[in-house]
Ligand binder design. Structure first.
Ligand SMILES: *Cc1c(COP(=O)(O)O)cnc(C)c1O
Length: 466
């Protein structure tokens, strides 16, 4: 019944020649623009054919279609992976890219990205070098480990470690530590994939050293401890400490693997974050320690493996090493990140994740005051106030830790919190916020000073367009 509209639908060629379309697509590749126009016209054609309601003539009017094409061309030019502003107060926000890189790491990436580099070349010897070397020395220096290796992420680190030390053998692990990390990473499944045979001991809440001891036999490949980084078992609980496991492993001549997840390098207990550090795991004597690059270490996505040279060398020689290897940009960022750890105070200043987690209450309250003043100036239509909030580390780290935070809340009768949140998020440059009751909250812990201006101006624009 709508089919007579088909004839009136503007043609692709006609739209391509339209001045307004030409103007906005001057710097774009012609094929990209043609594709977008085709998609718009095709969608309209389909709607005409399939719609059960009677469509009006304006549905296919030249101006309507030109406007839709302009919007679609503009949208197609927005990068899919792009910057957002994180106003949630969640520091390691997995959906928003986990750790922000240190400036030095970002510069290191930029230096090797569009230039040739020493990736697998030793300029002193004038011959082939190893890509592992760039990060190995610095990681050894900072952690005190005998050897180190970096793979794609901690899931990859766990996989290559188990495939190397556990294939065809038994790995003993507590039932209280059979964790699932987000994105369908489950320890028992990884174990199976790597060809290791899982031997569970103890119960969900209690596992004693004796439980491990009783299961050791000539098939045992390793004892494994997994830090329950994204949940906590409290109450009637017991676990064998890493140190106890290491002693047991030594007696039986079996390696002890510790998957610690977070990769925290400096003690943050003074800041209310009670998580084990890499240094503690090293001094407890684990043979192999695994952790993520982009959790509390605050670097690029990666899986860092440190420990005894004998085991790391076996992993480097494993066929999976080639499959799980990282690229030059990751190596560059990782090297620079570790260099910030020569000094703990320097790291707390230069590594954004640590800086955000160690900001004092006073600093956060002052920051909220600055943001509030700017919003009052640029968007006076909103009623604003400073509110105390509960911040979390995020990224499946330190689940029971609540950090005292500060937010600026905004409210207006003219726009609901849901509508405002959506408007902030769906812009080409998204601002991600939380809603509390009928107010939108901007949590300053995860914001930087230069973002306050952008937020204040955006709020002004949104409310004036209402
Ligand atoms: C986060 C985590 C992983 C997975 O690390 P990715 O780097 O995300 O692959 C594995 N084990 C533990 C204990 C973790 O906390």
């Amino acid at each position: 019944m709508n089919s007579k509209l088909l004839r009136k639908l503007p043609k692709v060629d006609e739209l391509l020649m339209e001045e307004r379309v030409k103007e906005i697509s001057a710097n774009l590749i012609r094929e990209q623009v043609v594709d977008v126009i085709r998609a718009v016209v095709e969608t309209k054609r389909k709607t005409i054919l399939e719609s059960e309601e009677l469509l009006s003539e304006s549905f296919v009017s030249y101006d309507t279609v030109v406007e839709e094409v302009i919007e679609a061309v503009n949208y197609s030019n927005i990068k899919s992976l792009r910057r957002v502003i994180n106003g949630t107060g969640v520091v390691l926000h997995t959906n928003l890219g986990r750790a922000k890189l240190a400036k030095s790491a970002m510069e290191a990436v930029a230096e090797v990205a569009d230039k040739y580099s020493t990736l697998e070349y030793d300029p002193v010897k004038g011959r082939r070098g190893s890509r592992h070397d760039h990060v190995e020395k610095i990681i050894e220096k900072i952690t005190g480990a005998e050897a180190a290796m970096v793979v794609n992420n901690n899931a990859a680190a766990t996989t290559i470690c188990l495939a190397t030390l556990g294939r065809g053998k038994e790995i003993i692990i507590s039932r209280g530590e059979l964790v699932e990390i987000g994105g369908s990473f489950r320890i028992p499944e990884i174990m199976e994939e790597s060809g290791a045979h899982l031997v569970e001991v103890g119960t969900t809440n209690k596992t004693k050293l004796k439980d491990y001891q009783n299961k050791i036999n000539e098939q045992t490949g390793a004892l494994m401890k997994v830090h329950t980084s994204n949940y906590k078992v409290i109450g009637f609980t017991e676990e064998a400490t890493l140190k106890e496991l290491v002693n047991l492993g030594k007696e039986a001549d079996i390696p002890v693997i510790y998957d610690m997840g977070n990769g925290l390098m400096v003690n943050l207990r003074d800041y209310g974050i009670d998580e084990p550090t890499v240094k503690e795991a090293m001094s407890d004597g684990a043979d192999v320690i695994l952790f993520s690059g982009d959790k509390l270490l605050g670097g690029p996505q990666g899986g860092v493996i440190i420990g005894k040279k004998k085991y790391i060398d076996m992993m480097k020689a494993h066929p999976l090493a080639r499959i799980l290897r990282v690229d030059k940009m990751t190596l560059a960022a990782m090297e620079a990140t570790f260099k910030e750890y020569y000094d703990d105070d320097n790291a707390k200043e230069k590594i954004p994740t640590l800086k955000m987690l160690t900001r004092s209450s006073k600093q956060l309250e002052d920051a909220a005051g600055d943001l509030l003043a700017l919003i009052k100036e640029k968007a006076p239509e909103f009623s604003v106030s400073i509110e105390q909030t509960e911040d979390v580390v995020g990224g499946g780290s330190a689940p029971a830790t609540i950090l005292k935070g500060y937010s600026v809340s905004v409210f207006s009768e003219k726009i609901s919190a849901q509508e405002l949140e959506k408007s902030l998020r769906t812009d080409a440059f998204p601002i991600i916020v939380r809603i509390n009751h009928d107010k939108v909250l901007f949590d300053v812990r995860t914001l930087t000073g230069d973002e306050y201006q952008i937020i204040a101006e955006r709020l002004g624009k949104i409310i004036r367009e209402k």
